[in-house]
Design a protein around this ligand. Structure first.
Ligand SMILES: Cc1cc2nc3c(=O)[nH]c(=O)nc-3n(C[C@H](O)[C@H](O)[C@H](O)COP(=O)(O)OP(=O)(O)OC[C@H]3O[C@@H](n4cnc5c(N)ncnc54)[C@H](O)[C@@H]3O)c2cc1C
Length: 352
């Protein structure tokens, strides 16, 4: 049986490794047509240390990719412990695909005809599956910057919803040696660039910022439930059957609230490998495992609707609290509920 994986991002690269362990050798395609300096898709490289066991499954050691722990971390002025860290994602992607048959070109539909099973691991592109039944994407802008302190205080890791006048947040993720990813993701924001510039201006008394590069990107925050179908069965021009199956962000395994997709894409790839090659069983597992993402998506839909202008409901606040708890972020419950009130500021404030 001929198998191709389109996309050697975190989901496709990891799936290839898991399948190799099961004696299946797919052809992996990725033209890596990214304009970014790091040659991979724009990403903050923030992940929980719980990524370690996934990497261990394919013989990799988190310590080889760990850049910096992000505990403590600032959430709109509230400092909390977290299990988050930054990982060297480009190096990780390279190592994930070291022992697979990697073709440095995109998989186009005509070439995909050669394969009995094609995995669409093309992330936001979703290049081979039909469109999601109800897509929702989050536009982002991220800079890599060198930050120098004008005093003795070092810029810490943080996430700030209250700096954004729409639905979204600004993040500061340290990359070691005074380098940082500083970015903004927001739905309905017109001026990501001016919001980032405002942040630099506001902080210029304490820090100087030298920009190294800049990436625009979209994150699929639709949730898996709204990203169906996960698979399609086709008949090729010679009459033989073919299955196309999605994995990772192509089928929405990203937290709609936070845009985190690294670990969830690994988890999704593992579900696919475990049910290989049974698309129906796999679809059921993904929908069950990521059912919470459907609820987060529904909160986003509510906050973006005219009714949502009155701010988050109790259930929305609860979902935010569950999100923080799921990520191991040590926010005290009452304080967390209060802070999540800043959600209402997000939806009420005017764009700049
Ligand atoms: C600015 C930004 C910051 C983010 N920060 C974080 C973060 O800090 N933590 C976190 O957990 N998540 C973050 N995310 C989300 C995370 O990057 C993604 O959810 C995750 O990388 C998805 O992995 P994937 O393998 O499914 O898709 P991708 O990483 O997008 O990989 C898809 C691959 O497919 C390739 N491709 C596309 N079309 C084709 C084709 N036709 N043929 C072959 N290959 C193709 C692409 O080149 C790409 O390499 C961020 C996203 C953005 C945009």
């Amino acid at each position: 049986m001929n198998i191709a994986i389109a996309g050697a991002g975190i989901a496709g690269g990891y799936l290839a490794g898991l399948l190799e362990q099961r004696g299946i050798s797919p052809d992996v395609y990725d033209g890596r047509g990214h304009a970014s300096r790091c040659t991979c898709r724009s990403c903050g490289w923030g992940a929980p240390t719980g990524i370690g066991p996934y990497l261990a499954d394919v013989g990799l050691d988190l310590d080889d990719y760990l850049i910096e722990p992000m505990s403590p971390m600032d959430f709109d002025g509230l400092v909390a412990t977290t299990p988050l860290c930054t990982v060297h994602k480009p190096r990780l992607l390279q190592d994930l695909t070291k022992s697979v048959r990697l073709k440095r070109q995109d998989l186009v539909p005509e070439k995909a005809e050669d394969y009995d099973i094609v995995v669409d691991a093309t992330g936001i592109n979703r290049a081979l599956l039909p469109p999601c039944r109800s897509d929702l994407t989050l536009p982002t802008l991220q800079h890599r910057v060198i930050v120098e302190s004008r005093g003795s205080e070092r810029l810490g890791a943080g996430v700030y919803g209250n700096r954004i006048p729409g639905l979204g947040y600004l993040w500061i993720f340290p990359l070691g040696h005074d380098h940082y990813h500083i970015g903004i993701g927001g739905i309905g924001l017109l001026r990501h660039d001016s919001l980032l510039e405002r942040f630099y201006r506001d902080a210029s008394g304490q820090f100087s910022f030298t920009r190294q590069c800049c990436c625009h990107g979209l994150v699929r925050v639709a949730s898996p439930y709204y990203s169906t179908p996960f698979s399609v069965r086709k008949t090729r021009s010679d009459g033989s059957p073919q299955v196309i199956i999605g994995v990772g962000e192509s089928i929405g395994t990203v937290s709609p609230f936070t845009g985190e997709g690294i670990v969830y894409s690994l988890e999704c790839a593992r579900l696919l490998a475990d049910s290989w090659p049974d698309p129906e069983d796999y679809t059921g597992s993904v929908l069950a495992r990521f059912a919470w993402m459907k609820k987060e998506r529904e909160t986003l839909d509510y906050l973006l609707s005219p009714e949502g202008k009155s701010g988050p409901r109790l259930r929305d606040r609860w979902r935010f609290f569950c999100n923080a708890r799921r990520s191991g972020i040590g926010l005290p419950m009452l304080e967390a509920f209060k802070r999540m009130g800043s959600l209402s500021q997000w939806v009420e404030g005017p764009d700049v």
